[in-house]
Design a protein around this ligand. Structure first.
Ligand code: ZN
Length: 401
């Protein structure tokens, strides 16, 4: 649509920028101008509709960099996935994508699911159904019986690794996800701190993905797996928990410094239930686990924000509740917003597409009541969501933690 969207405050991104009485001119599916309302309105005159949001903030649509649209947030999402017919799965994926959009998430990165996600991605892109832009990996690469093997991405030697990457690329994957360590979702697989691949195998993943022009996201809880993935040159580390054994941690400063130097992003992938997890871990493990984020930040590791939505209790429509974790840890609100916009776009290779308010970028916009720089909770007060120039009715019931 064509519209001039005006708000009391405007956060174009990156952090540190802010306009009072700002406006964004949308033409078709793109932003054509950003600036002071008075200037843009003088230029457009009465030509196009004006949407006014007093007492509100206009900002880029949010990017949730770690979701699983194939998982239904139930207590046993793996079983629910395996019991679903393709039709049920497709409608579930579409519903959950729409839930994310309603709270201002205009892009999601799906880090592990079936190829059916590509179909919903393409339908949203073709505007035959509402939803956020989906960047999807398809079945994550894993070992036989390993973490999330049931999606079908099981590989063994180098040639099967390379063949699987090529298969994903031709099936339509936007990136490659590799399970560098075990996880807690899969019974019988490697422990969370145990590696599933060697550094050389991860290098094969990165090299073959690069041939297809694809980035690589590595799931890595273990310190050994994180180090191997960083040495192999992946683009993002998911979870990045630095585990070394049951209840044991090994924060490796040299590896973290390599991440900072190479611009390898860390995505903690914690849901809106982060506080319950912290309490469950207890007074020793809780601070050790969560303290890694401030430690990595101090070493210069760049962050993106994701929620692992789809896992038990990790909903698609409370990104703001998950971002509150960073506020609780002491991160400034403008930086937290950056994790979910500018940084995320850069990490996903979409820096010239979305994540900021700038001429030429997609009209992915969010208006929230109040000022999220003062109170991050303002992100719960969704007033308007626009994805690729299409206006979507906001959710009136964004849940709070
Ligand atoms: Zn995940």
């Amino acid at each position: 649509m064509d519209a001039l969207i005006c708000a009391e405050w405007l956060l174009p991104g990156p952090s540190g920028q802010r306009l009072t009485d700002g406006a964004v001119l949308v033409e078709g599916d793109r932003i054509s101008a950003v600036g002071l309302r008075a200037v843009l309105q003088a230029r457009t005159g009465d030509q196009i509709p004006v949407l006014e949001y007093p007492g509100s903030t206009l900002m880029p649509g949010l990017i949730n960099s770690h979701v699983h649209l194939c998982f239904d947030t139930s207590a046993d999402p793996v079983r629910a996935f395996r019991d679903s017919s393709p039709e049920q799965l497709l409608s579930g994926v579409a519903d959950r994508a729409a839930q994310a959009l309603r709270v201002g998430v205009t892009t999601v990165r799906d880090l592990g699911g079936s190829d059916l996600v590509f179909q919903i991605r393409d339908e949203i892109a073709a505007r035959t159904r509402p939803g956020p832009r989906i960047v999807a990996s398809g079945p994550p690469l894993t070992v036989a019986g390993g973490h999330c093997w049931f999606f079908g991405g099981v590989v063994g030697d180098d040639s099967s690794i390379r063949a699987m990457v090529r298969r994903h690329a031709s099936a339509g994957a936007d990136l490659i996800k590799v399970m560098a360590s075990g996880g807690h979702m899969t019974r019988g697989g490697a422990e969370m701190w145990q590696s599933q691949f060697t550094t050389d195998q991860l290098r094969a993943v990165v090299a073959e993905a690069a041939q297809a022009g694809l980035r690589v996201a590595a799931h890595a809880h273990g310190a050994e797996a994180i180090t191997a993935a960083v040495d192999a040159g992946v683009h993002t580390i998911e979870h990045c928990s630095w585990m070394a054994g049951a209840g044991e941690y090994d924060r490796r400063e040299d590896t973290a410094r390599k991440m900072a130097a190479a611009g390898i992003f860390a995505c903690a992938a914690l849901s809106q239930n982060w506080r319950a997890l912290y309490d469950r871990l207890g007074p020793i493990r809780g601070p050790k686990t969560f303290g890694r984020l401030k430690w990595m930040d101090a070493l210069g590791v760049p962050f993106i924000a994701g929620t692992d939505a789809g896992l038990p209790g990790s909903v698609f429509d409370n990104f703001a509740g998950a971002l509150a974790l960073y506020s609780w840890l002491g991160f400034a609100n403008d930086r937290i917003i950056e994790f979910a916009t500018v940084n995320a776009a850069a990490a996903l290779g979409l820096g010239a597409v979305t994540g900021r308010l700038a001429p030429g970028l997609a009209a992915d916009l969010l208006v929230v009541g109040g000022d999220p720089l003062t109170t991050l909770d303002a992100l719960h007060n969704v007033r308007m969501v626009m994805a690729g120039g299409t206006l979507h009715p906001p959710s009136s019931a964004a849940p709070r933690i």
